[in-house]
Design a protein around this ligand. Structure first.
Ligand code: PEP
Length: 267
């Protein structure tokens, strides 16, 4: 397993111009050149991907392995009459390595069910992309000291994992990154306590052990996402033992995002 913290920037539907997108990306890229022990994945809106990927591919930056790109979503078919959609192979052909699947905003605003999430996830794997599967409960909740969910709401995570990973083989599950994103913490400035994130990660590992085996559970890359800032980033990596972070709003502020990366690595 890659032990470097994995930090994902989810720009969502921002910024509004290519110029701003290029400026944001190049500022962060320049600042993090010196940081070796990290993998940073940029997930900009589709329309900016080509420009940003091309900027990194230009010599002498070709060897930059610490920076990767991902889509924020994809469709489950490879091509065809699906107006407005982007396929996993299109992302792969653009040199993307990752794709976010099942973000709570897609589940909420686009009515994506676990069945849809599962189809997208399997299609992404088929195209040799690494899916970043987002799971998380709607309401603020708690876990007991053994990492067992205390209420119905927390059972959501287990159910999502079971349904979203249906028919994902043992050989493919290794490519899946899981982001624990409690919905109540996303974009609210109200982050999950590191201790609760740790319990959620433990519960996710237990579920993976049940669905696959202990080795898969131990080696899985589990990220935390939800109101991450430079102030709290380290507490999830060091304190809660997460393998990385999924950062939304704060990834749109270059200096704040660089600090998040620095603090995650230093922890
Ligand atoms: C997200 O979009 O996945 C996210 C975690 O957003 P934010 O960091 O803004 O809470």
């Amino acid at each position: 397993m890659n032990n470097k913290p994995l930090i994902i920037a989810n720009w969502k539907m921002s910024p509004t111009t290519l110029k701003e997108a290029e400026h944001l990306f190049s500022t962060v890229e320049k600042e993090i050149k010196k940081i070796k022990e990290v993998e940073v994945v940029f997930c900009p809106p589709f329309v900016y991907l080509l420009n940003l990927v091309t900027a990194v591919s230009l010599p002498p930056r070709r060897s930059s392995q610490r920076i990767a790109f991902g889509g924020q979503d994809c469709f489950w078919e490879a091509k065809g009459a699906y107006t407005g959609e982007v396929s996993p192979s299109m992302l792969k052909n653009l040199d993307c390595q990752y794709v976010i699947i099942g973000h709570s905003e897609r589940r909420k605003y686009f009515q994506e069910t676990d069945e849809v999430v599962n189809k997208k996830l399997r299609a992404a794997l088929e195209a040799r992309l690494k899916p970043i599967l987002c799971v998380g409960e709607e309401a603020r909740d708690a876990f007991n000291s053994e990492g067992r969910p205390l209420s119905e709401a927390s059972l959501v995570i287990g159910e999502q994992l079971e349904k979203d990973l249906a028919d994902v083989s043992l050989s493919r599950i290794r490519e899946v990154v899981i982001a624990y994103e409690p919905v109540w913490a996303i974009g609210t400035g109200n982050p999950c306590l590191p201790d609760d994130a740790m319990k959620a990660a433990l519960f996710i590992r237990k579920t993976l052990a049940k669905l696959y085996n202990r080795l898969i559970a131990e080696k899985a890359r589990i990220l935390y996402g939800g109101s991450v800032t430079s102030q709290n980033a380290a507490s999830y990596i060091k304190g809660a033992g997460m393998n990385g972070l999924l950062v939304g709003g704060a990834s749109l502020n270059a200096s704040e995002f660089v600090k998040i990366i620095e603090n995650a690595v230093a922890s």
